[in-house]
Write a protein that binds this ligand. Structure first.
Ligand code: 5GP
Ligand code: ZN
Length: 117
């Protein structure tokens, strides 16, 4: 059920502390941690603690929580001293989504090409 922890979900396990991660910030509703395979000098993932499969499912089921995630991206950018940054929600395997727990990639610290690949 959406919102409930999933036994087979990597990010639910990070939320539960069952898998280690380099956590940079935590709130009542969100966790931010460094991506294990960084694509930029700053590459932080911001996730809701509750399990939702992707950004749209999160926004539909829990819009205030989706807003929490978005606000946290700016807090991370400020803490990382990023003037500019990119927020990415890969959605669907064809777009590179590999973890089915909504997450915002916060990328910065280098020039970012547009359009992305
Ligand atoms: P997606 O490909 O679904 O948009 O993003 C998933 C991200 O999670 C990838 O950038 C990947 O590097 C990251 N990732 C996968 N496994 C782990 C892990 O165990 N720990 C951390 N910190 N990041 C992970
Ligand atoms: Zn999950």
């Amino acid at each position: 059920m959406t919102g409930e922890p999933q036994d087979d979900c990597l990010f639910c396990k990070i939320v539960a502390g069952q898998i280690p991660a380099t956590i940079v910030r935590e709130t009542d509703t969100t966790v931010a941690f460094r991506d294990i395979n960084p694509q930029a000098p700053t590459h932080v993932l911001v996730i809701p603690k509750a399990h939702h499969v992707d950004a749209a499912a999160l926004a539909t089921a829990a819009p205030e929580l989706a807003a929490d995630v978005l606000r946290e991206t700016q807090v991370i950018a400020d803490e990382e001293k990023l003037d500019s940054y990119r927020i990415v929600f890969n959605t669907g395997s064809g777009a590179g989504q590999t973890v089915w727990h909504a997450h915002a990639h916060v990328l910065g610290g280098r020039g970012l090409q547009w359009p992305p690949g």
